[in-house]
Design a protein. Structure first.
Length: 102
């Protein structure tokens, strides 16, 4: 339990920040999860990978990048973690494009 006035204020602030950070992190994870599910479905149906679906995935990838960058900028996740997540997503898109080309 905080004793001083500033410690009480600090406790309140950290509680608010925790809620905001958690919200942002959950939003990022949800976007990544939706992206992964869509890629997984398309990987199973390799004959149905068309240009429209690739465009849709690239649009979702763009949104995922945006959210990952925002989360990293706020300091919720580290810069290298953000880079690793973005790289992992890009690899999946590239593998789909390779399958489409074949």
């Amino acid at each position: 339990m905080p004793n001083s006035k500033s410690a009480k204020k600090s406790l309140k602030k950290s509680g608010r920040k925790k809620i905001i950070n958690t919200r942002s992190k959950v939003k990022m994870k949800k976007i990544i999860k939706n992206f992964n599910e869509l890629v997984y479905i398309l990987e199973k149906k390799t004959e149905n990978v068309t240009g429209d679906k690739i465009k849709k995935i690239e649009e979702i990838l763009k949104n995922a990048y945006k959210q990952i960058d925002k989360t990293a900028k706020k300091g919720i996740i580290k810069k290298n973690t953000a880079s690793r997540k973005k790289s992992k997503l890009a690899k999946k898109v590239n593998s789909l494009q390779q399958k489409k080309a074949k």
